[in-house]
Design a protein around this ligand. Structure first.
Ligand code: C5P
Length: 297
């Protein structure tokens, strides 16, 4: 019987992120181009217990365990399958928290994959996807395993796309964040209840090169967060000065990412941004699908 399963949990950025109309539920529809990065946490599940125990390494503040999405994913898996919960969930954290890079959601998707592998695949893809949707908006993208995907609605309608050629990426984090619900609220207030979507062509043949993707790069959260956290705008400007093709806030913030043609340009941007006293991480865009590995004992 397998004792242990591991899965990588990559970070993501949104190459565009449009906040659409507010639904009666109070939630906004989203439209986004998700892109996975090489920067990844590692998630390992081990038979243990009783119950679900969370172990976090890596010095990233992941908040109280009961609110941790990886923990909630394990509990949801056991609830749905009826397999008694007896597992240690170990997260080796590398993705910064409160960054808009989906670290918690990616860990949750990796837990679902790893637990499903450990227990001999009791859930099919559709059942896993349903659990992912219930856990949060970014979880379905990480579960779908594609390095690039268009997503709609709350992120559960996904169209996987062939990955773009790998490019160097720089991440910068200002060290403070604006809570996501606040950012949605400000957007809704500014729209004053009415919202007419811009007619925007979305053609797949405009998503097959970095040149084309750069033309559509924008994030509706960015102006709102930038007003409160000016470092977001400063970091994006510094990245552009160093030659970034895309320099945008990730998700609802507050990290900023740049996509570069060369590692030299990225390193130049890192130097500038360290001068602004922000933390930086070097990465690249991802190409491969993450796979859960099971150790048979
Ligand atoms: O997903 P979560 O429940 O954490 O979202 C917190 C709040 O953010 C929601 O109550 C809602 O006000 C806002 N939100 C939204 N549209 C989304 C996701 C969240 O308006 N797609």
């Amino acid at each position: 019987m397998a004792e242990r399963a591991s899965a990588p949990a990559p970070a993501k950025v949104n190459l565009f992120l449009h906040v659409l109309a507010r639904e009666e539920s109070g939630y906004h529809g989203l439209e986004s181009l998700f892109c996975a990065l090489s920067l990844a946490d590692t998630v390992t599940v081990r038979r243990g217990g009783p119950g679900v125990r969370l172990v976090v390494e890596g010095g990233v503040d992941t908040g109280p365990p009961e609110r941790n999405l990886a923990m909630r994913a394990a509990e949801a898996f056991h609830g749905r399958t009826g397999v008694p919960a007896a597992v240690d969930v170990e997260l080796v954290k590398r993705i910064p928290a409160q960054a808009g890079m989906g670290g918690g959601s990616s860990d949750a998707a990796a837990v679902l994959r790893a637990l499903n592998a450990l227990h001999g695949e009791p859930l099919d893809r559709a059942a896993l996807l349903q659990l992912a949707i219930e856990l949060g908006s970014d979880v379905p993208f990480f579960l779908c395993g594609s390095a690039l995907a268009l997503g709609w609605s709350r992120g559960e309608r996904l169209l996987p796309l062939p990955p773009l050629p790998a490019r160097p990426v720089l991440i910068a984090h200002p060290g403070v964040a604006m809570p996501t619900p606040d950012a949605f609220r400000v957007i809704a207030e500014r729209r004053g209840g009415g919202y007419t979507p811009r007619a925007r062509a979305l053609s797949l043949d405009r998503l097959d090169s970095w040149d084309a993707v750069a033309e559509t790069a924008e994030n509706d959260f960015q102006p709102v967060v930038e007003e409160r956290i000016p470092f977001v705008g400063l970091a994006a400007a510094a990245m552009r000065t160093s030659g970034a093709r895309i320099a945008l806030m990730a998700g609802s913030g507050s990290s900023v990412f740049g996509v570069f043609d060369s590692a030299d340009e990225r390193d130049d941007a890192a130097e500038r941004i360290r001068g602004l006293r922000m933390k930086v991480w070097a990465a690249s865009t991802a190409q491969a699908e993450p796979v859960a590995e099971v150790d048979a004992e």
